[in-house]
Design a protein around this ligand. Structure first.
Ligand SMILES: Cc1ncc(COP(=O)(O)O)c(C=O)c1O
Length: 397
């Protein structure tokens, strides 16, 4: 590592709380699918800030909107009407079957909002004292107290108890376990169609359909976390659209404003009636600047058909990785994913492979110890995916 990197690392350790296992890379600038470090070395970014910069880094059209809004209207407060927020809500509604949107700032905050909405809808619209949220093992829903309780991974809960009541976790993929967990206290089921942090694990269509059917049958809410899967990443605007599902509530964040912090809860008109003025709020939610950036992001995604592109390039990448698996027998256990949400599960712990890829100039992520996770900008080029596959093949030799 360079002197500049070492100096920055030392300053970071002296002043920033130690909550992240950081990669040995300091990013100085980024554009499209490339990042540059402090010494000007270029990397192919196949992570996009963990599914955030779906249009690529520093997209020029989004940058223009941000620059213009920064001089026109940044923040006033949600006590005022703002055209930019309304336009974004309309643009989001046009992507799906939902009736109303609540804006916030992150994925965890969106899920927290969905949990609150489910509880309040049950109490105030359905007149039922139902509050329990059922989630799945290996899920990830965020780091606030409620969302980490909802998350089906014990390692992120350690040291934070007492945790809030009203959450149950059942085995992912087991519809009978889910059915058995539903009681008169259940308000909703919350799941990711493809578990991201859980190792890029898509659920079978039949399971997802069965969960939706169960929710309808037992008159509880079906809620989907689209924080990582949403915004064209999986080949449709929202992952649930790959399966023809119609959740009552879904959440999004990450790529919504292509890098600016933003989250949203979308619900049917019926469920959205669970909130009334004063029941939920957040200072920065849906401010003019981020809303304008998000509207521009959605406009570009639709114009440039990025969902279709994600589908096409995802299929291309999977075929490439399958060839690598064939030429390097015994090294790759499975290639999974949908669109440009891809997981390459190795047959052994992958830290060395992940690091070697970075040394060769390719940034991806390692999850669940053995899974190389790729969440590239949706504008990634075939040549970048080819170069990555070649590097991986060489490393696995
Ligand atoms: C599926 C899912 N839900 C929620 C979150 C939490 O989002 P945030 O980190 O913005 O709070 C994440 C973050 O990785 C996620 O992948």
């Amino acid at each position: 590592m360079s002197e500049a990197f070492d100096a920055l690392k030392a300053r970071e350790q002296a002043s920033v709380m130690s909550t992240y296992g950081r990669y040995p890379l300091a990013v100085a600038s980024a554009g499209g699918c490339r990042m540059r470090d402090l010494d000007g070395r270029e990397y192919v970014d196949l992570l996009a800030g963990i599914a955030v910069c779906n249009l690529g880094h520093c997209h020029p059209e989004v940058a223009d909107v941000v620059a213009q809004k920064a001089r026109e209207l940044v923040h006033v407060s949600n006590v005022f009407y703002q055209r930019e927020q309304v336009e974004l809500a309309e643009a989001l509604k046009a992507t799906c079957h939902m009736g109303k949107v609540f804006f916030c700032n992150s994925g965890a905050e969106a899920n927290e909002g969905a949990i609150k909405l489910a509880r309040r809808y049950m109490r105030t619209v359905k007149n039922r004292d139902a509050y329990e949220i059922i989630t799945l093992t290996k899920s990830f829903h965020g780091r606030t107290l409620a969302t980490l309780t909802a998350t089906g991974q014990d390692k992120i809960k350690f040291g934070f108890d007492p945790l809030p009541e009203g959450f149950t976790t059942v085995e992912a993929g087991d519809i009978d376990a889910l059915g058995a967990a539903v009681s008169d206290k259940t308000a909703a089921v919350l799941l990711e169609c493809i578990q991201g942090e859980g190792g890029v694990k898509p659920f079978p269509r039949e399971y997802l359909e069965a969960v939706q059917a169960l929710c309808r049958q037992r008159d509880i809410l079906f809620m989907i976390d689209e924080v990582q899967t949403g915004m064209c990443r999986t080949g449709r605007f929202w992952a649930f659209q790959n399966y023809g599902l119609t959740p009552d509530v879904f959440t999004c964040s990450k790529a919504l404003a292509n890098g600016l912090p933003m989250g949203a809860v979308l619900a049917t008109d019926e469920v959205a009636a669970g909130f009334v003025p004063g029941s939920h709020a957040t200072t920065f939610g849906g401010g003019a600047l981020v809303s304008a950036a998000a509207s521009k992001t959605i406009e570009i995604m639709n114009r440039d058909k990025l969902a279709e592109r994600a589908q096409r390039l995802g299929d291309f990448a999977k075929a490439l990785f399958a060839e690598v698996a064939e030429r390097r027998p015994g090294k790759i256990a499975e290639i999974r994913g949908l669109g440009l949400m891809l997981g390459i599960e190795l047959t052994f712990p992958g830290a060395d492979v992940w690091k070697a890829l970075m040394d060769k100039g390719f940034v991806c992520n390692l999850t669940q110890d053995t899974v190389l996770r790729l969440l590239p900008p949706l504008v990634v080029e075939q040549d970048d995916l080819k170069a990555f596959a070649e590097a991986l093949e060489a490393i696995l030799a």
